[in-house]
Ligand binder design. Structure first.
Ligand code: NI
Length: 265
C-alpha cells in the first residue's frame, strides 16, 4: 500500500464515522482553500502485539522513517512521530498500561486477546476499528474514570484519531485565530483546554482543534452517544536555520488529547 492509499482509506473511515470533519474540510474548500495534512494521529495500547512499533510498520513499508519521540507523564502516554518526504507526518501514541489499575490492564488484555491473530500481523490492523465487540458502556465509564484516552480507544479501536489541516498551506486563513473564528462562525466548538491555541510562535508550533462530535455507538446495554474523532489545525514556524519546525510540543499535545473528552454542553 502506498502512503496515499493508506491515507485515502483512513480518511474514508474517519469522515464516514464523523460527518462533521467532512463539513470542516468542505468549509475550507468552499473558501477556495486546498487542504493539506500536517499530520495524522493514531492511538493504541502498549501491548507488544499492537503497540507503536506494530502500527508503524505499515508506514515504514510505505517509506516513512522515525523522526521523534514524546512523553506525556500526566496522561501516561508515550508517542513517536514518523516522516516521509512529501507526505503528512504520522503521530502514534500508546497508553502506558502498567501505570493503571488491574481493571484497566485486564480490560486491555481481553481486548487484544480478542483480535484475530492473523489481523495482528496484517496491514489491515490500523483500519480495523474495534475488534472486541460488543463493548460495554459500564466498562467504558469505568475506564473513563482513569483515562479518557483508554475509554476512547476501548470503543473506537484502530482508526485515525484525527487528521490535521496544515495552516501553512492555506492562502486566506493564514493564522489560527482566523481558522478558529471561521470554525466558530460555522458552529464548531473549539477545544479550549489550555486555551484555544496551544503553543506559541516562539515554540515554533501552534495548534488548535475542534471537540469531537458526539456519535452513536452500540453498546451491549444499548445505543449511547459518546465523543468520536476530531479535526486539528497546525501552524509551523521556521527554526533559526530557516527550515520549518517539524516536531511536536508535548505540553501542547497533552491538551489536544482532551479533544475527545466528554464535556458538558
Ligand atoms: Ni495532532
Amino acid at each position: 500500500m502506498t502512503a496515499q492509499q493508506i491515507f485515502d482509506r483512513l480518511w474514508k473511515g474517519y469522515t464516514t464515522q464523523n460527518p462533521s470533519v467532512q463539513k470542516v474540510y468542505d468549509l475550507f474548500t468552499a473558501n477556495g482553500e486546498t487542504v493539506e495534512n500536517d499530520h495524522i494521529a493514531f492511538r493504541t495500547f502498549d501491548d507488544p502485539r499492537v503497540n507503536i512499533e506494530v502500527l508503524s510498520k505499515l508506514f515504514i513499508k510505505a517509506g516513512y522513517t522515525y523522526a521523534g519521540e514524546y512523553h506525556f507523564e500526566d496522561k501516561h502516554l508515550y508517542a513517536r512521530h514518523y516522516e516521509m518526504e512529501g507526505g503528512p507526518r504520522v503521530f502514534i501514541s500508546e497508553l502506558l498500561s502498567k501505570h493503571f489499575s488491574p481493571f484497566v490492564q485486564q480490560t486491555i488484555k481481553q481486548c487484544v486477546d480478542a483480535i484475530p491473530s492473523e489481523l495482528l500481523t496484517s496491514d489491515e490492523l490500523i483500519f480495523s476499528g474495534c475488534n472486541w465487540l460488543p463493548v460495554s458502556y459500564e466498562v467504558y465509564e469505568k475506564l473513563r474514570q482513569e483515562s479518557e484516552y483508554a475509554a476512547w480507544l476501548y470503543v473506537h479501536g484502530f482508526r485515525a484519531n484525527h487528521f490535521t489541516v496544515s495552516v501553512n498551506h492555506l492562502k486566506k486563513f493564514t493564522n489560527l485565530q482566523m481558522v478558529n473564528q471561521l470554525l466558530k462562525d460555522n458552529g464548531f466548538r473549539i477545544n479550549d483546554s489550555g486555551g484555544e491555541i496551544k503553543g506559541t510562535p516562539a515554540e515554533l508550533l501552534e495548534q488548535s482543534s475542534i471537540r469531537s462530535e458526539m456519535i452513536e455507538v452500540e453498546f451491549a446495554e444499548g445505543v449511547k452517544e459518546i465523543p468520536g474523532c476530531y479535526y486539528e489545525f497546525a501552524l509551523r514556524y521556521p527554526d533559526t536555520d530557516g527550515k520549518l519546525y517539524s516536531g511536536f510540543i508535548a505540553k501542547s499535545a497533552d491538551k489536544i488529547f482532551e479533544s475527545t473528552d466528554l464535556v458538558k454542553k
